[in-house]
Design a protein around this ligand. Structure first.
Ligand SMILES: O=C[C@H](O)COP(=O)(O)O
Length: 223
């Protein structure tokens, strides 16, 4: 199972990567906007320094046409490093760009996926990851679990190399539902993970254990 941080915040990545079992970092221009006008390539080189080369780094292209996407992907690889996963929106131009980039042996993540059609086209193109937008699909009344189950079934049936990396989560229930439905990977903001672990019931359970110990032994440490 892959868990990735969907953030470009250097402090969060630096502080939380040693704690959580994350296998990579994903971003897009809207996520990057939250960091202000950072030096784009330097920022991603810094993220790479923090996460190392064993974790994956997914950075999105900006162009809308196929050649522009291909050129953007090359820029990302030249100016960050050649292990970067180029995130390509799954449009008609995107599919053309993905085919070209995969033929060059470049790591590709197909993004902005809302439908089975986009998903099976990305799978047929041989992308490494495909990123269905879980919350945005739900907001459109799209059957999110059914879509993920179908895509997971296609990958298994055709022995495709692609992994499903579900994205666009607004709560932790969506994350577990995506994994149950067949997602191989989930990318989410560190805030969602931290919120899930700081639920009052969890804190109370831990406090109750310590209180019970103290009531018997009068201390809060093991002898
Ligand atoms: O890059 C994909 C993001 O996970 C999309 O998330 P969002 O729906 O919160 O913008």
């Amino acid at each position: 199972m892959d868990i990735l941080f969907d953030t470009a915040n250097l402090d969060d990545i630096e502080r939380l990567t040693p704690i959580y079992p994350v296998t990579g970092v994903t971003t897009n221009p809207s996520i990057l906007k939250k960091e202000g006008p950072v030096d784009f390539y330097a920022h991603f080189r810094r993220i790479r320094e923090i996460i190392g080369t064993d974790r994956t780094l997914h950075v999105q292209v900006l162009a809308k046409d196929a050649q522009g996407m291909i050129d953007d992907a090359h820029r990302l690889l030249d100016k960050i490093d050649d292990k970067v996963y180029a995130k390509i929106p799954t449009t008609e131009a995107g599919i053309a760009a993905m085919r070209h980039l995969k033929a060059e042996g470049i790591n590709v993540t197909a993004t902005a996926i809302y439908s089975k059609t986009q998903g099976f086209l990305a799978i047929a193109t041989g992308v490494d990851y495909l990123a269905p937008y879980y919350n945005r699909m739900q907001a459109l009344d799209i059957d999110t679990k059914g879509t993920l189950q179908a895509l997971s079934g296609f990958i298994a049936r055709f022995d495709a190399p692609s992994k499903i990396m579900a994205a666009s989560f607004k709560n932790i229930v969506q994350v577990s539902h995506a994994l149950e439905a067949g997602a191989d990977a989930v990318t989410l903001s560190p805030k969602l993970l931290r919120q899930a672990l700081s639920a009052p019931d969890i804190t109370h359970a831990v406090d109750d254990f310590i209180d019970d110990w103290r009531s018997v032994y009068g201390t809060t440490t093991l002898p």
